[in-house]
Design a protein around this ligand. Structure first.
Ligand code: ATP
Length: 473
C-alpha cells in the first residue's frame, strides 16, 4: 500500500512537470529546495482555486471583506505575534550523514506524538527514549544530535543599509493573518462592517522549513488563503462550530471525494487557543493537514494592542459595550489545495488490453482548460478556418485551447492529461464536405455539427454548432 502510494506521488510529480503544472524552481541551476514554479496549466489551476475560495468566503457572505496587505510589515508585528520568540521547529542532525531532520516528524514515524509547541527539553527526552527506533530518512541510521529549536522566520535587509542588518532584521511574513490583525481597525473604520465580520486574504508566506520533501506540500515560499472572523467572546464557540461545518462542506462542494477528507483534533493546544481542528486530506503520503480551523480567543488583538499602544477593542454601536473581539480563523495553503485537487483527480484507466490512459478528472469549475477545439487536420485551411471561428465564439464563455498538433487520438490523450472536460472536433462533415473514407461519408445531415468528446466517458456526440454553448454549459 505504502509502495503504491509513493509510486503515486512520483507519478503525480512527473505528470505535473511533463504537462506544465509545476516545475522545480531554478531547475537549470540544479533546483532550489522547497521552492517551485507554476507552469502554464498550473497557473490556471491555482487561479481557479483562489477564485473558488474567494467566492466561498467573500462573495457568499455579506459580512466578509477582502484585504491584500504587504508581505513586509513592521518587525514589531512579529514580536507581538510571538513569532520572533517562539515560531520554531525542533531540529536535529544525523551524526552519520549530516542530514537535518525535524524531530517531531521523526518521532511521528515511530508512533510517538510530539509537536512544535513542546520545549527543547521535552522533545530531547522523547528523542533519547525512542532514538533506537528512529531512522534517518537519508541514511537509515539511528544516531542524532540533540534537538535545538530552529526559528522559521525568514529574515531580510529591507530598508536597512548598514551592512549588519541581521541584528535588526525585517521579516518576510511567516503567515498572512498578521496583516489582517494589524488592519482590523482600518477595515472597521473605513467599511460598513460590524462585529461579527470577517476579513479574508490570499497571499504569500515564507518559512524556513527544515525538511524539504513531499513536493509542494511543504514549501519555503507558499501561499495562504486565510479568513479571520471577529466575534463577541460569548459567541466564539458556536461560531467556531459553524465555520468547522462550512469549511468541511466547502471541500466537498469543490469536488473533493469525501472519503479523502477527515478531521483531526490538536492534542496540544497553544496556551491562548480554545479549540483547534485540522481538515486532513489523504495525500499520496497519507492523511495530513490541509486546513486549520482555530478558535484563537482575544490573543491576537490583545497582543497588538499591547505592542503598538493602539487600543484595538471594539465598541458595540447598539449597546455601547466595549470588548476585544475573539477570532475564529480558517487557514489553508493554496499549494496544499492544489496537491489535494491533483491527487483526487489523478486516474489511470485501462482502455484496452494493451492501452492505459492517464486522466485528470478535475471538477469542471477548476479545470485549467474547459474546452479544447481541434480542426481534424491542420493542413486543410477550410477546417482550420471553421475551427478558429468556433474557438473565437467559445472562448468568450469558456477557458479554451486551440490544438492542432498531431493526430486527434494524441490530442485527446494530451487533453486528458491536463484534465480538459470537453474536446470539440471540426471535420469535413462540419463544413459539408463529407469524406468518402469516413463511415458517415457525405452525410449532409451532419453539416453544421461538430464532435464533442467527453473526458470521463470518452463518448463522442455530434452537436449542432448553434447548440454547442448550451450543450457545454
Ligand atoms: P504543518 O504542521 O504542516 O507545518 P502548520 O500547522 O504549521 O502546518 P499553519 O501555520 O496552521 O500550518 O498554516 C496554515 C496552513 O498553511 C496549513 O494548514 C497549510 O495548508 C499551509 N501551510 C503551512 N505551512 C506550509 C508550507 N510550508 N508549505 C505549504 N503550505 C503550508
Amino acid at each position: 500500500m505504502t509502495e503504491q502510494k509513493n509510486d503515486l506521488m512520483e507519478k503525480i510529480t512527473s505528470l505535473a512537470k511533463r504537462r506544465g503544472f509545476v516545475y522545480p524552481s531554478s531547475e537549470i541551476y540544479g533546483g532550489f529546495a522547497a521552492v517551485y514554479d507554476f507552469g502554464p496549466y498550473g497557473v490556471e489551476l491555482a487561479k481557479n482555486i483562489r477564485e473558488a475560495w474567494w467566492e466561498a468566503m467573500v462573495y457568499d457572505h455579506d459580512n466578509i471583506v477582502g484585504l491584500d496587505s504587504a508581505i513586509f510589515m513592521h518587525p514589531k508585528v512579529w514580536e507581538a505575534s510571538g513569532h520572533v520568540g517562539g515560531f520554531s521547529d525542533p531540529l536535529a542532525e544525523c551524526k552519520e550523514c549530516h542530514a537535518r531532520v525535524r524531530v517531531d516528524h521523526l518521532l511521528e514515524t515511530a508512533g510517538v506524538f510530539a509537536d512544535e509547541k513542546m520545549t527543547e527539553a521535552e522533545i530531547n527526552a522523547l528523542l533519547a527514549e525512542h532514538e533506537t527506533k528512529l531512522k534517518c530518512p537519508k541514511c537509515g541510521k539511528s544516531n542524532f544530535t540533540e534537538a535545538k529549536n530552529f526559528n522559521l522566520l525568514v529574515q531580510s535587509n529591507l530598508g536597512n543599509f548598514t551592512g549588519d542588518w541581521d541584528k535588526e532584521p525585517t521579516y518576510l511574513r511567516g503567515e498572512t493573518c498578521q496583516g489582517i490583525y494589524v488592519n482590523f481597525k482600518n477595515v472597521l473604520d473605513s467599511s460598513r462592517v460590524k462585529v461579527p465580520f470577517g476579513i479574508a486574504q490570499i497571499g504569500k508566506a515564507f518559512r524556513n522549513e527544515i525538511t524539504a520533501r513531499q513536493f509542494i506540500f511543504r514549501k519555503r515560499e507558499f501561499e495562504q488563503m486565510e479568513m479571520q472572523y471577529f466575534v463577541r467572546p460569548e459567541e466564539a464557540a458556536t461560531t467556531y462550530e459553524e465555520w468547522r461545518q462550512k469549511r468541511f462542506q466547502y471541500y466537498i462542494d469543490l469536488g473533493i471525494k469525501p472519503e479523502n477528507l477527515r478531521w483531526h483534533e490538536h492534542e496540544n493546544l497553544v496556551f491562548y487557543a480554545k479549540a483547534a481542528w485540522d481538515i486532513e486530506y489523504n495525500f499520496p503520503f497519507g492523511f495530513k493537514e490541509l486546513e486549520g480551523v482555530h478558535n484563537r480567543s482575544d490573543y491576537d488583538l490583545t497582543q497588538h494592542s499591547k505592542f503598538s499602544g493602539v487600543d484595538l477593542s471594539y465598541r458595540d454601536p447598539q449597546t455601547n459595550e466595549k470588548y476585544i473581539p475573539w477570532i475564529v480563523e480558517t487557514s489553508v495553503g493554496l499549494e496544499r489545495t492544489f496537491l489535494a485537487v491533483l491527487t483526487d483527480a489523478y486516474v489511470e484507466e485501462k482502455i484496452s488490453d494493451t492501452d492505459t490512459r492517464i486522466v485528470l478528472k478535475f471538477p469542471k469549475k477548476l479545470a485549467p482548460v474547459q474546452v479544447a477545439v481541434f480542426p481534424l487536420m491542420k493542413n486543410k485551411p477550410e477546417l482550420v478556418e471553421k475551427a478558429r471561428e468556433i474557438f473565437t465564439v467559445l472562448k468568450k464563455d469558456f477557458r479554451c485551447e486551440f490544438d492542432d498538433n498531431g493526430n486527434v487520438g494524441k490530442r485527446y490523450r494530451r487533453q486528458d492529461e491536463i484534465g480538459t472536460p470537453y474536446c470539440v472536433t471540426i471535420d469535413f462533415d462540419t463544413i459539408g464536405q463529407g469524406d468518402s473514407s469516413n463511415a458517415e461519408a457525405g452525410d449532409k445531415s451532419l453539416e453544421g455539427t461538430v464532435t464533442v468528446r467527453d473526458r470521463d466517458t470518452m463518448e463522442q456526440k455530434r452537436v449542432k454548432i448553434e447548440e454547442l454553448k448550451k450543450y457545454l454549459r
